[in-house]
Write a protein that binds this ligand. Structure first.
Ligand SMILES: [Zn+2]
Length: 338
């Protein structure tokens, strides 16, 4: 049996197999811009020649996959299928699946609680069938106003004892609200409220090429997350790495995602980043981000790291140990009730 893997950073929007989305779309009578299945696969997959930036990658997710997943039946099946697929393909026995429930309720036409309950049902079924540990993380959005993000937080708190164990902040870094003094205060309050309610927190930052480590620094100082999504820019800034180490913040690295969205130029740069973080004692994990959208899975992510000499097998085992140690499931609920 292959070794047990962990995926702490995976979006429902990029993780459902094309044939499942195709099936859901038809089941719901969804009008698609393509007639043929292979054109559909092309439409919802990010090949390097098609996607040249994080913005283009997110656009595929927002335009098609999130829309198709916008009904209780669709989100239940999506969550169920993602967890099962990760286990079957890569022996992922521990998965933290994230999505924004408010991007699945057709701009308030659907009731948010129905969407959330459906996602939890999908998760419960997969846990029962495969014996894995899983939880949900709700993504707040940088492009949402404060009121909407506050509602998502309230829902996460409401469902904390049902398996929603954390919140995230996602979206492009063009709107880096953590760098805007008038905005960051509001978000400080939201993240403090999340922590006080016993939720764990993670934040997407320090991903995009061309940005510095200032986003990482601001997020750690002001929003105090337990983990950071990507955070690779920190590898170019000694102070940022020192801060991450001091505050014991773990980075969720996503190798294929960074290569596809051009967050890193090539494998050499990714290797440089990983080795620098390792040398400076910054803890990190490897994750898929969006396995179908990026045409990868957890086994391939680990293989990429090992076969390209980025880290040794023993070092990879250490990152898997960190993933378990800093998982929201074991941290938030003792032995992983979910
Ligand atoms: Zn992500």
């Amino acid at each position: 049996m292959p070794r047990e893997l962990v995926d702490l950073h995976i979006h429902v929007g990029g993780a459902v197999a094309p044939h499942i989305l195709w099936s859901i779309a038809h089941q719901q009578g969804f009008k698609l811009p393509v007639k043929n299945y292979f054109e559909f696969v092309e439409l919802i997959t990010s090949t390097p020649d098609k996607v040249k930036s994080l913005e283009e990658y997110l656009k595929i997710m927002h335009t098609w996959t999130e829309k198709i997943q916008s009904s209780p039946g669709a989100i239940e099946r999506s969550v169920y299928e993602v967890i099962g697929k990760e286990y079957r393909s890569s022996n992922v026995s521990h998965i933290e699946l994230r999505f924004n429930p408010m991007k699945r309720n057709l701009h308030s036409e659907l009731d948010l609680d129905h969407i959330i309950h459906a996602a939890l049902r999908g998760m419960d079924r997969a846990i029962l069938e495969y014996g894995v540990k899983a939880c949900l993380i709700f993504c707040l959005a940088r492009e949402f106003d404060h009121r909407l993000n506050a509602i998502i937080l309230e829902k996460a708190i409401k469902y904390r004892n049902r398996g929603v164990l954390g919140i995230d902040l996602a979206g492009t870094e063009k709107d880096a609200l953590e760098l805007k003094p008038e905005m960051v205060v509001q978000y400080e309050e939201l993240f403090a409220r999340a922590r006080a309610a016993g939720l764990k927190t993670t934040i997407h930052t320090g991903e995009t090429a061309g940005t510095g480590a200032e986003g990482v620094m601001a997020v750690v100082e002001r929003l105090k997350p337990h983990r950071i999504g990507h955070g690779i820019r920190a590898a170019y800034d000694e102070n940022a790495m020192k801060l991450l180490k001091e505050r014991d913040v773990v980075l969720e690295l996503c190798p294929t995602s960074n290569l596809h969205t051009r967050a890193v130029e090539n494998l050499q740069e990714f290797k440089h980043i990983v080795r620098t973080l390792w040398d400076r004692g910054v803890k990190f994990t490897f994750n898929t981000d969006g396995p179908y959208l990026l045409n990868t899975d957890m086994s391939r992510e680990i293989e990429l790291v090992e076969t390209n000499g980025i880290l040794s097998s023993t070092q990879v085992d250490q990152t898997l140990a960190w993933a378990r140690e800093y998982s929201f499931i074991t941290n938030g609920n003792g032995q992983g009730a979910f």
